[in-house]
Write a protein that binds this ligand. Sequence first.
Ligand code: PMT
Length: 402
Amino acid sequence: MLKGKKIILGITGSIAAYKSAYLLRGLIKEGAEVQVIMTEAGKNFITPVTMAALSGKPVLGTFFENSDGSWHSHVDLGIWADLMLIAPASANTMGKMVTGFADNLLVTTYLSAKCPVMIAPAMDLDMYRHPSTQSNIEKLKQFGASIIEPASGELASGLVGKGRMEEPERIVEIVKEFFRNQLQNSTFEGKKILITAGPTFEKIDPVRFIGNYSSGKMGYAIAEELASRGADVVLVSGPVQIKAEHQSIKVIKTESAAQMYEACAQLFPGCHGAVMAAAVADYTPENTTSKKIKREGDDLTLTLKPTKDIAAELGRIKQNNQFLAGFALETNDAVENAKLKLSKKNLDFIVLNSLEDEGAGFMTDTNIITIIDRHNNPQRFPLKNKREVAADIADKIETYLK
Ligand code: PMT
């Protein structure tokens, strides 16, 4: 149920932290990928070594690694996660979350998180029922968090009452139920979507090719985003160094524009739509040689012939119940050129990114996009991480799937 789900498990200073080890084990057993973040107080109750061993990842707790100065980005963590679960959540941490008192990695990550947040409070009964704690819990609910109510029973203080963190097995069930509901309510559930990503390599001879700077990051981010929303993704990828993580992404590796075309033409009729994020070569060498071309004379002339325009071909065979989105990578007259591509390739919308914008385009982790649809309605978004850009594109796709 939790395969491919990315969960941040926040652990704060409460005796119930010992239960977090069982909780972590339960989440991992269900297939989740879990990143543990502990507050300093949390580390007094259970060791990071235990949690790192169970999660298979180093536990995070500080903003920086003193040994090498590397930075743990709370922003990246907040974007990475599908769910942030704070269990146990102490009165102190909940107070900080309410006021935005961001003096540790757990609270900064909470403030940056784009994903749903679940909080399992754990404390003494009087602390729990104090108006201050109750008012903080109400505020956290208003901010959108779900509260996993503590259970009643014997507490560490020896008193009996409400305040015990919910049992780990029950929390795992609540998390599973949450993702189940999310999928059932998702427009993407059961939708098959084709995505192209990365560059194409057009072979000149056995050692040389014509390529481009695409890293595949944009297309892969779209694939991950759509898969996390419940879609079955077929990712036709050019040669890249990155890997798809979500289990609902099927990767088909291609090298040349011709291979990418063959794969897309075959797959598109069985899909609800496609997003063409690959940087496909417009021209390919007319002839390739089986032996390495030798350096002879002054000039070498290569004759190039046009490749198939994959997006335009899919636009030609597109049915009324399918959507087709393309990208436009521009260096000048960006909006006019994008609008031309939108109509020429019969796209439903086009995602314009321009190399005139710093932080946009090839290789970067960020992008700046403008989405233009058939009503020629340009919608410009600010500089964002590519995963967040993918979420904006997914929101647009959703309007077509509905
Ligand atoms: O991979 P990254 O490093 O993350 O970089 C992302 C990106 C810059 C590659 C991406 O955001 C992007 O802009 N992709 C499209 C690049 C491109 O080829 O743009 P274009 O304007 O030349 O092409 C327009 C559209 O036609 C694109 O959807 C393209 O995939 C498609 N096309 C182009 C030529 C061709 N022969 N077949 C196509 O399908």
